[in-house]
Every structure is written in structure tokens, then in C-alpha cells.
Ligand binder design. Structure first.
Ligand code: NAD
Length: 341
């Protein structure tokens, strides 16, 4: 495996939709990095992705072989959610930087083990794929809030809609897999921690989904006297959409409505809606990989970290408890270790 001097050799675990997107971004839009290895139990899929990255990219037999190989400097984990924690722990044991797609883990206990292992290591090596933090439309809102344009933020209103629920979706997995983005977005956008949660859900597709609560409304109280209302609807039927408005005591700011221009014609005004996250967040995925590689080169990771992954899962756990109990659930943020200050 030949790398240019100073170039970071990245190994990709999981050659599906997100693995392919991140690998292709690293290959085409990020300087100072290259895809040096791929692994996936679906071997032809891994071979196809590796082949797209030149003869230097090799296919590894399994995840452990890739993580432990001295020619791999950093790892991208884009496997199913329930495999993330084990793979991140394996990287931590090797002291190897890892970009892990959200969620960091599927249980709070596993996420805490990751935080503890990173604190023990004494340096940050884990980044979590909360890509909204790199989306220009989100960033415009964040910059305005931080500049004081709306005064003191008092209400976060978020909308997260998917065209159709993925096979195997459960009421709980909607919170672990989808709403985790919105919980992170509320914490990040407002710079405040969650204090309590209340979630209600209903099934809108009784014929096909049985008992799955595919429409969920999450109500949060955050520190500093701020509320959040988040709608997550995974069977919205018309497209993929993430929307956001933050109300302040001196004004309100809403995310720009579309990546596309507004067409007005024959008594119609509107814009197309994306079908999924790959269409909606192309720039965010590029900036996310660029900043990650820059951070590795500078020895200073600045993206969402293991603490953000852990805290968002704690909030998810409270949301699941609220969905089951039908009542408000208290939430207290644990003390943040110095590593994450
Ligand atoms: N941040 C985002 O915008 C975003 C969007 C979609 C998905 N995701 C997350 O990314 C991850 C991957 O999602 P996807 O849509 O690419 O799924 P996918 O099903 O398209 O790809 C997953 C791949 O992982 C492979 N795989 C399974 N177990 C593996 C293992 N132990 N080692 C190596 N490979 C393994 C599968 O064969 C498959 O090729 C999920 O955790 C998902 O939650 C994030």
C-alpha cells in the first residue's frame, strides 16, 4: 500500500450507502487522504468499492484485520448501528482514529464504555457522523443565533421526515437511528443540555406497519429556559425533509427552505424535495470528511465527539422511556470529563 508522504490512509468498514459516499468523498474531494482498505461481509461489494479507489486500495478479510493493519491510519465505520460500539472499541484499543456513523452505539452502556476508554487513552480519537453540523443551511442558522440576531433562544422547532420507513423499523429504532440527529441538533444549535423529555407517538400506517409508532413528537426542556418541539415522521410519503426554526426573545430564524431554486409557473410556486439524506446533505458530507482529515493532520479533532454520541444516546434512552410510560422523563447530563471540555 503506497501512500504519498503525509497522506492519511483510511480504511472503510461497511461498503453500503454511507461507506460508498464517504469513500468517494475521501477519494475525490479531500486532499491529504486516500482510501487504502475496505471490508464488508458482502465481499463483491467491498471489491467493487476498493476497485473504484485504484490498485492501492485492498480488500481486507474482516474488520479486525483492517483495524489492526499498520498501513491503515484511520478508520471509517459505516456498518449497521448495532455493530458500531464493538468496532469503535477495537479502534480505541489500537489508539486508531475512527469516524463512526451515528449512532455511536445502540445502548447507553456501550457508549459510556467508549467514553471511558477514550478518557483512559487520554486523547480524542472518535468522531461521530452528526453531519447536520456541517450543513450550510444549518450553519447559517447557528451563526445567526450565536451572533445574537434573535436575542435569547427560547424555542427550537425541528421537523425530520422520511419518504418511507426502512424495513425492520421499530418505534424504538426511530429514536435510536433517526431522532438521535434531532436531539444532537437541538443541543448543538442552542448550546444547552436537555433537562427533561416527553414523547408521544402514533401509527399512521396500521395496514402495513402494525404497531410501529411512525410519527413521533418529542418535547424537550433544555437548560437556560428553552423548549424544543421535534417532529419525526418516517412515513411522510412525499420525500425526505429536515426543517428547523429557532425562536428567540428578539426575533426568529428559519432554515433556508431548499437546496433548489423556487419555481413559479402556472399558478404554482415551489421546489423539488429530496428523496433521501444523500441528496439532501451532499455538501455536509464533503465538509464533514474534509474537517475530519484536517483535524487528524493537525492533531486536533473539532467535530462531534464520543461525548456528543453518548449524551445523545442518553437522551434517546429517556425518550424511549417516555414513549413507553406516557409521561415526562427527567434527564440529567452527567459530568463532562475534562477531555471533552
Ligand atoms: N449520517 C447520515 O446521514 C446517515 C445516513 C444513513 C445512514 N447512516 C448510518 O450509517 C450506517 C450505515 O448505513 P447505510 O445506509 O450505509 O447501510 P447499508 O445497509 O447501505 O450498508 C451497511 C454495510 O455494512 C455491511 N456490514 C454489515 N456488518 C458488517 C461488519 N460487521 N463489518 C463490515 N461491514 C458490515 C453490510 O454488508 C453493508 O454493505 C448506519 O449506522 C446508519 O445509521 C447515517
Amino acid at each position: 500500500m503506497s501512500a504519498q508522504p503525509g497522506e492519511i490512509s483510511v480504511g472503510v468498514i461497511g461498503a453500503g450507502g454511507m461507506g460508498t459516499r464517504h469513500a468517494d468523498t475521501l477519494g475525490a474531494a479531500v486532499s491529504g487522504a486516500r482510501v487504502a482498505g475496505v471490508t464488508d461481509p458482502d465481499r463483491p461489494r467491498a471489491e467493487k468499492l476498493a476497485a473504484n479507489h485504484g490498485s492501492d486500495a485492498r480488500v481486507f478479510e474482516d474488520e479486525r484485520a483492517l483495524i489492526q493493519h499498520p498501513g491503515i491510519d484511520a478508520v471509517v465505520v459505516t456498518t449497521p448501528d448495532d455493530t458500531h460500539a464493538g468496532l469503535v472499541m477495537e479502534c480505541l484499543q489500537q489508539g486508531k482514529p475512527v469516524f463512526c456513523e451515528k449512532p455511536l452505539a445502540t445502548t447507553v452502556e456501550d457508549a459510556r464504555r467508549i467514553v471511558d476508554a477514550e478518557v483512559e487513552l487520554g486523547r480524542k480519537v472518535v468522531q461521530v457522523g452528526f453531519m447536520r453540523r456541517y450543513d450550510p443551511r444549518h450553519l447559517d442558522v447557528k451563526v445567526a443565533i450565536d451572533s445574537g440576531a434573535i436575542g435569547n433562544p427560547v424555542l427550537f422547532k425541528g421537523t425530520h421526515r422520511n419518504l418511507a420507513a426502512a424495513p425492520g423499523t421499530s418505534s424504538e429504532s426511530i429514536l435510536v437511528n433517526s431522532a438521535v440527529h434531532d436531539l444532537d441538533a437541538a443541543r448543538w444549535m442552542l448550546g444547552r443540555e436537555i433537562e427533561d423529555v416527553y414523547v408521544r407517538g402514533m401509527n399512521t400506517r396500521a395496514a402495513s406497519d402494525g404497531e410501529v409508532l411512525d410519527l413521533q413528537v418529542i418535547h424537550l426542556k433544555l437548560g437556560g429556559g428553552c423548549l424544543a418541539d421535534i417532529e419525526v415522521y418516517v412515513n411522510a410519503g412525499y420525500g425526505y425533509e429536515v426543517d428547523l426554526e429557532v425562536v428567540g426573545d428578539a426575533g426568529t430564524i428559519r432554515m433556508a427552505p431548499a437546496n433548489a431554486p423556487v419555481l413559479r409557473k402556472q399558478r404554482y410556486a415551489g421546489h423539488p424535495v429530496e428523496g433521501d439524506w444523500l441528496e439532501r446533505f451532499p455538501t455536509a458530507y464533503v465538509l464533514e470528511m474534509r474537517r475530519w482529515i484536517e483535524g487528524l493532520r493537525d492533531g486536533r479533532l473539532t467535530g462531534p465527539d464520543a461525548w456528543d454520541g453518548y449524551t445523545s444516546l442518553l437522551a434517546v434512552e429517556s425518550c424511549i422511556a417516555s414513549l413507553h410510560s406516557g409521561t415526562k422523563e427527567p434527564f440529567s447530563s452527567p459530568q463532562r470529563p475534562d477531555l471533552y471540555r
